[in-house]
Write a protein that binds this ligand. Structure first.
Ligand SMILES: [Zn+2]
Length: 456
């Protein structure tokens, strides 16, 4: 199938310009002025912005957490993703304790293959480091997995020596690791204190995980990375204090990539004091911080000190959140986000002049594609790239509400918020998958075997 998108404005990581785009089968074949192509289906995109398909490099679909499973699986999660303009996600294939990496990977393929409506890749989350696991690392690269994840908190956390050895090992192959930076041991102590004092409501959650707990872990992780001499990624950065540690490491010549998420830009800890059990919806880790933290992160985005905006989509219904009604530590941690990332970043980033259109393109498409080894197949609108493309209506106005969303959720964290802009049409490898904001093509997503990343 051939399409000619005519009269639109193409956004890249470097400029915004009027151009027509010609798509043939799975690929973009030309981007230039005033094209005529008689055998192509013509789509008039006058007044619309054309973005490369957005990439969300941080989702958790069909993941077991705290004795339950995330509300969204690959079926519902990827449908929600593509409806919001995200044409590729990178989820975390997870090695549970006692499993090999290959078993973890096979499990994730079983969850995702054949039931995804956008393309997908996997990071490999390592929770147990043994000589056998180390031997599997080259196989992961052969399988298209070039990025790894470690947790410094939760029961799946790895110790400093393990982080050191893992970084050394993946460095041999040119891989990269992202780490959830929070000091798990101290969190356990602070939780004990909260419980002892009888503070069992969600308001105890942020108290048990202050910014200093994130900052200390960022510092320690970057100390380890410096010893190994390898670039690393701090995922879902939430705080000013954590950001200071990154600035410091960079001043000392270290290469550090940083990801944040809309919730850390647009929400603050006030949510933990909402009446009733409402506050449980916002129990995520790291927790929401202060308005000053929000502003620090926005400033860092503007100055291009943060590289990517992902979502950490990890959804639980209010029913699942109820597991922690009498004890905040039993509330499954996480919130949805994969569906609304673009509209939030457009409305509160671009339209409020906190970031530019080109920066939005970098943060949500170009940079994750480069960092995670998918560029220029994805992340740009260039001849030869996958025809993953968002036709963005900059004038569409709507209100975020749970009943309109495709993610398998009975609430929306941003319920009632007025937003502007919409992914009106979305192409996934040349197939029109979203039309008038509705998903019209399902299960067309495929596994993306990734190369080694390269983001300067
Ligand atoms: Zn996560």
């Amino acid at each position: 199938m051939k399409y000619l998108l005519k009269g639109g404005t193409v956004v890249s990581g470097t400029d915004v310009r009027k151009a027509d785009v010609l798509i043939e089968d799975e690929k973009i074949v030309a981007v230039s002025d005033d094209m005529i192509q008689d055998d192509a289906a013509l789509i008039d995109v006058t007044g619309k912005l054309l973005f490369p398909g957005f990439i969300d490099a941080h989702t958790h679909f069909d993941l077991e957490v705290s004795g339950t499973v995330t509300a969204d699986n690959f079926d519902t999660g990827t449908k929600a993703a593509i409806a919001g303009g995200t044409t590729c996600i990178i989820d975390f294939a997870t090695q549970n304790k006692g499993e090999t990496l290959q078993e973890g990977l096979a499990n994730w393929h079983k969850k995702a293959d054949g039931r995804s409506s956008c393309d997908y890749g996997f990071h490999m989350a390592i929770s147990e480091w043994t000589p056998q696991v180390s031997d599997e690392i080259p196989e992961m690269f052969e399988a298209g997995i070039t990025s790894f994840k470690m947790y410094m908190t939760y029961s799946s956390r790895v110790r400093d020596w393990e982080i050191y050895q893992i970084l050394k090992r993946i460095k041999e192959y040119g891989g990269v690791a992202g780490v959830h930076c929070e000091n798990g041991e101290l969190i356990d102590e602070l939780i004990k204190e909260q419980k002892k004092a009888g503070n069992l409501s969600p308001s105890a959650h942020p108290v048990s995980r202050p910014s200093s707990i994130e900052a200390e872990a960022v510092n320690r992780f970057l100390t380890i990375a410096k010893l190994v001499d390898v670039p690393v990624i701090v995922v879902h950065l939430s705080s000013k204090e954590g950001f200071r540690e990154i600035e410091q490491a960079r001043e000392n010549g270290q290469r550090v990539y940083v990801e944040t998420c809309p919730q850390y830009l647009l929400m603050d800890e006030g949510r933990y004091y909402l009446p009733g059990f409402e506050s449980a919806k916002y129990v995520i880790s790291p927790p929401l911080r202060t308005k000053a933290d929000n502003e620090c992160l926005w400033k860092a985005l503007k100055e291009e000190q943060i590289d990517t905006v992902a979502t950490d989509h990890c959804s639980f219904t209010t029913g699942q959140k109820e597991m922690g009604k009498d004890d905040f530590t039993k509330i499954p941690n996480g919130m949805p986000g994969v569906e609304t990332r673009a509209v939030l970043m457009y409305t509160f980033g671009v339209l409020e002049d906190r970031i530019s259109l080109t920066q939005m393109c970098k943060l949500m498409a170009e940079n994750p594609a480069k960092l995670y080894g998918m560029y220029p197949q994805k992340g740009c609108l260039e001849p030869g790239s996958d025809a993953d493309l968002v036709i963005w209506d900059p004038n569409y106005e709507s209100r975020i509400t749970a009943k309109d969303q495709l993610q398998n959720m009975d609430y929306a964290p941003f319920e009632g918020l007025s937003v502007k802009g919409r992914a009106e049409k979305v192409f996934l490898r040349g197939v029109l998958s979203v039309e008038d904001g509705k998903v019209i093509k399902e299960n067309h997503g495929k596994y993306i075997s990734r190369k080694r990343g390269n983001l300067d």
